[in-house]
Design a protein around this ligand. Structure first.
Ligand SMILES: Cc1ncc(COP(=O)(O)O)c(C=O)c1O
Length: 444
């Protein structure tokens, strides 16, 4: 298949920038050997294989390659809210492994029950039924199926450019066309609307996206659900409270199930345990994953309204590791750690600091068109000042320069540098990251 460069969720590994990086980082024999072996054995994909480097260790906010070089990891696949190799999470996981390492279907276990209780106690009163699964995409699938069962309708609305996972049902409902290319036919009934982007979106006013949602619901007449990320993680799109309140109203008025996908951004990323808490709204179904397993155990959860508990005769989430005691132990430890360490408070303080620093950077470099973020999730959007065009090449240059200097992050949509550090990152590390970014922009 032709190697077109399609930039969406993250930066790609077939760009000229990548070739240059590989050529200038080819002196370490074992690294070269392992990268070649990896390339020989794994199926190639644009955002993973061939890979960029070989890791040997990870700890809190950093990852370390086999040559001993450390990178501050502001990417982390969004699993590192409590830091990599969090000692408390590891201790709890080890304890669980010694006690009960797996729970066979038809049986339950104390750890799963305790964690289900902990999770639902943090959520609005009526969000109190859970299903667990080994990954985010799986709980999205469960949510979509549950919405069909509850409403009797198969149609679902989502945003163009949204991402909800890589399986066939998730790419069908998702809005990134490149994820569907060459793969059809897709699941029927997915209808997409323009997202409420706060700059350079389809609508000048984000509320128009809400109006359009209602328009489509009324025109179609048989929509079951609306699925969206509360805050778009990859290119950091943050709707207003007014927008979300209006969407909630629309869903209530038309009996549409509101599925919020917070797989990458819950567990404190936005300064709240769950992102929807920033908006004074409640979802009907909430999807969690990634950092829920502490970056150690693949683990995800779907939480829904009590009244949706009506599918006794079907298996909506028939996953082998459903009531995983080890996954639940990790997730319990993540929540306990966030609370015990008062991490949400730290995120707010660090978020204010980073916002200030990023605005200073924007004053210095005209190519920085927009800074946006919340808590410890930030996006730096690059555009050419003379024509407002996406500065894709420059974004890649900044990224590779930062990698060279020991800071890793992803570039989303080709021109948004996404900064998503461990919430446990130390202030001097944040300072170092900003210094590295400044250096990278200065040599553009
Ligand atoms: C918003 C969103 N939803 C769902 C998923 C799928 O999660 P997983 O990769 O754990 O299946 C992702 C993964 O990147 C995501 O970013």
């Amino acid at each position: 298949m032709k190697k077109e460069i399609l930039r969406t969720e993250g930066d790609v590994n077939i760009s000229p920038g990548r070739t240059k990086w590989m050529e200038s980082n080819n002196s370490h024999k074992e690294t070269q050997h392992l990268l070649a072996e990896d390339e020989r054995l794994f199926l190639h994909q644009s955002m993973s294989t061939p890979c960029i480097d070989v890791l040997e260790a990870c700890n809190n906010a950093t990852i370390c390659n086999i040559q001993g070089k450390s990178y501050l990891d502001f990417h982390g696949n969004n699993v590192h809210q409590v830091g990599f190799a969090n000692p408390y999470v590891i201790e709890q996981v080890k304890k669980q492994l010694d006690e009960l390492s797996f729970c066979t279907r038809r049986f339950t276990n104390r750890t799963a029950i305790t964690f289900a209780d902990t999770l639902t106690s943090l959520l609005p009163k009526d969000l109190n039924r859970v299903l667990f699964a080994p990954g985010g995409t799986s709980v999205i699938g469960i949510a979509l199926k549950l919405a069909r069962v509850v409403t009797g309708k198969h149609k679902v609305i989502s945003y163009w450019d949204s991402f909800h996972g890589a399986s066939m049902d998730a790419i069908s409902a998702g809005g990134e066309a490149v994820f569907r290319q060459h793969l059809g036919p897709m699941m029927p009934g997915a209808i997409r609307i323009p997202p409420p982007m706060n700059n350079n979106g389809f609508f000048e006013d984000e509320m128009k996206s809400a109006d359009y949602l209602e328009y489509v619901i009324e025109k179609e007449g048989d929509i079951g659900a609306f699925i969206a990320e509360t805050i778009r993680n990859t290119d950091v799109q943050i709707p207003s409270k007014k927008y979300w309140k209006r969407v909630r109203e629309i869903c209530d008025k038309h009996d549409i199930i509101l599925i919020l996908d917070e797989i990458p951004i819950a567990m404190g990323r936005t300064g709240k345990m769950f992102a929807f808490e920033n908006y004074d709204i409640e979802p009907d179904i909430l999807c969690l994953g990634k950092g829920l397993g502490g970056g150690i155990i693949p683990f995800a959860a779907m939480v829904c309204r009590e009244r949706y508990n009506i599918a006794q005769n079907i298996s909506l989430g028939h996953y082998t590791h459903e009531k995983s005691p080890v996954g639940c132990a990790a997730a319990q430890a993540v929540i306990d750690y966030i609370k015990n360490e008062d991490l949400l408070k730290k995120v707010k303080i660090d978020g204010d600091w980073i916002e200030n620093e990023l605005y200073k950077l924007q004053q210095k470099y005209a190519i920085i068109r927009n800074i946006r973020g919340i808590g410890l999730l930030w996006g730096i959007e690059l555009r050419h000042s003379h024509n407002d065009k996406s500065a894709t090449e420059e974004a890649e240059k900044v990224m590779y320069s930062c990698l060279e200097q020991g800071l890793s992050f992803k570039v989303s949509q080709g021109n948004v540098l996404q900064l998503s550090p461990a919430l446990t990152i130390e202030r001097h590390e944040l300072e170092r990251a900003l210094e590295i970014l400044d250096n990278a922009f200065s040599i553009l």
